[in-house]
Design a protein. Sequence first.
Length: 235
Amino acid sequence: MTQHIIETIGHIEKKEILKSIGYRDLVLESEHPFPGYHGTTVPDQDNPRSLFLLSRTKYTDEFIIRSIKAVKQKHSFTFDGTPARVFFKNSMVQSIRIKNLSNYEEVPAILKAFKDEGIAFIPGKNVKPYSGLIRVTKYFLMTLINDSTLQDNEDASMKYFQVPVKLDWDEFDDMTTHVRNNIDNTNWDAALATIYRKTGIEDYIRIYNDQNCEMEVLDKIREKYVQEIGKFIGK
């Protein structure tokens, strides 16, 4: 059977514990990129996991994406970069999310490279750990598993199932608590996703868990979320 491959863009919305790391410009690091998951596929490591370079000015996603491409072309850094917004000091602040950087020593050079492309950053300061909402622009490459579920082709641990309504984070967070309290397997992380399709914007819940997780486990998680969403719609 021919696989249905979906290539598009969208956004991931999630909450993580963020704290500053000591540079002249403000860089926040996520203490755990998948806070609901505690398995072995997220190893303890000394290299940067997920960094956010907070900009002083609002830039368009296109400008940031072009800047990321220019930095990669002009320098030997190996990293994944994407536009993002981070909750900081009571507002969502424009940032660049950096992943898969080989070591912390490269961060100052990365910052300078983006400054050379015209991006200004917030001056560095000490920020104690706090829980902050994050909205990341994401390029999706996925395979349709069934009518409502998508498999991330670049990370086997990520799957997405469609939901009928747009949820804000607080609503979703409450639902996730209820789902976890009524299911046996709680070793997974959940986030909101919006995906742009030809027919319009579609809403999904992203589940991160062991890549060998059986579909019946995902189906049970989805079933519980659908029940919670039904209660929400019925209010």
